[in-house]
Design a binder for this molecule. Sequence first.
Ligand SMILES: Nc1ncnc2c1ncn2[C@@H]1O[C@H](COP(=O)(O)OP(=O)(O)OP(=O)(O)O)[C@@H](O)[C@H]1O
Ligand SMILES: [Mg+2]
Length: 245
Amino acid sequence: MRPVGAGSPAPQFPGDVIVEMRGVRASRPRPPDGRRPVLDLPLFQVQRGERVAVLGPSGCGKTTLLHVVAGLLGVDTGSVRVAGCELSGLTEAARDRFRASAIGVVFQSFNLLPTLTAEENVLLPLRLCGHRDSARARHLLKRVGLTQEARAPSSHLSAGQQQRVAVARAVVHEPMLVVADEPTGNLDRASARAVTDLLLEVCEEAGASLLLVTHDRDLAARLDRTVMMADINRVGGSGAGENAS
Ligand SMILES: Nc1ncnc2c1ncn2[C@@H]1O[C@H](COP(=O)(O)OP(=O)(O)OP(=O)(O)O)[C@@H](O)[C@H]1O
Ligand SMILES: [Mg+2]
């Protein structure tokens, strides 16, 4: 099932590469008025259906990488293609529409809307596409152990519960690509397992790719490939420019 497909089809593309970043440089503000280079990626690719873990020390640019892939942050130079779509060629509004149909994002800080219930937060990506499937939202919340909390305002939930809502929200519209920023960072072992199972199962069901940042090597080992940021990012890294496997 791909709910998005009924009204606004998810993008189709011919190749097997779902993410391709070439010659990408990205920077962040450096007060008072400068910018600091954060990413310098000669080449980074994710294949269709591939599950990739990204590891690296705090501050090395993992979140920045995910934000660039999700079209949340523009680049200074280079090409970012997701599902055949060149993101730098899109307006911000077009990037937002593309993300709404093709990408699911689990933010490091969750980014739930505090006044909405857990279920309403999960429904948001569907509503952006003109759909409403409360049963699917409740089903996903059940899979992450939040049946009782579905009607609670998200601001009343613990950090770990909010993180599980964020994971359910990222997969509800069956995106082609899920980017997840430390999606088990606040969870106990059992909840982390349930969230990881959900991410892997939903991606498998939809043939979606998964790009996941984590500090947890056990979680990383469950994915197809592990990439060390220092191996792909020339800022503060080795400059090798090759993916580790
Ligand atoms: N909004 C921002 N404004 C200015 N600088 C930023 C911003 N976000 C990140 N940075 C800087 O960019 C660099 C990379 O940050 P990023 O958040 O991508 O690291 P990270 O690898 O995700 O770290 P962590 O493991 O702690 O989450 C850091 O030097 C950080 O200070
Ligand atoms: Mg981060």
